[in-house]
Design a protein. Structure first.
Length: 135
């Protein structure tokens, strides 16, 4: 029978956290691994935010995310344990960076760097340029 675990304190039914409990195949070990990965993604978001300018548009966000995905895919193509090519550590790094860029896309482009809930969608106030008419 599956056991319910709080995704914050990892306690069972005696949890007093005001959050929704997860049910199913989530073991305390897997929950801890997920927490560790999320912390690594958060650190990478903060590092990238301190080093690089904000993403300016959905198109730029797409390009950055695609670049990170391509770097992951390059490692996948090289991976072959029988030939001694274990690229899982590099795959993991690339996936952490990929997730971080997805978070940056949400904060920079969708929420415009504001705390969640303050805005939904792009609040760009620049006027839309009309397409010149030919003729």
């Amino acid at each position: 029978m599956p056991v319910d675990y709080c995704n914050t304190c990892f306690k069972g039914d005696d949890c007093s956290c005001p959050i929704v409990k997860l049910t199913g195949n989530l073991t305390p070990q897997k929950a801890m691994n997920i927490s560790t990965i999320l912390a690594e993604v958060g650190e990478e978001v903060m590092r990238a935010t301190s080093v690089y300018l904000p993403l300016n548009s959905p198109h730029e966000a797409h390009s950055v995310i695609e670049e990170e995905f391509d770097e992951f895919w390059d490692e996948v193509k090289v991976y072959n344990l029988r030939k001694g090519r274990d690229t899982r550590p590099r795959m993991r790094e690339e996936l952490i960076q990929l997730a971080a860029m997805a978070v940056r896309a949400v904060t920079d482009v969708i929420d415009n760097g504001k705390p969640t809930g303050e805005t939904r969608g792009n609040t760009d106030t620049a006027p839309v340029q009309a397409t010149p008419t030919v003729g």
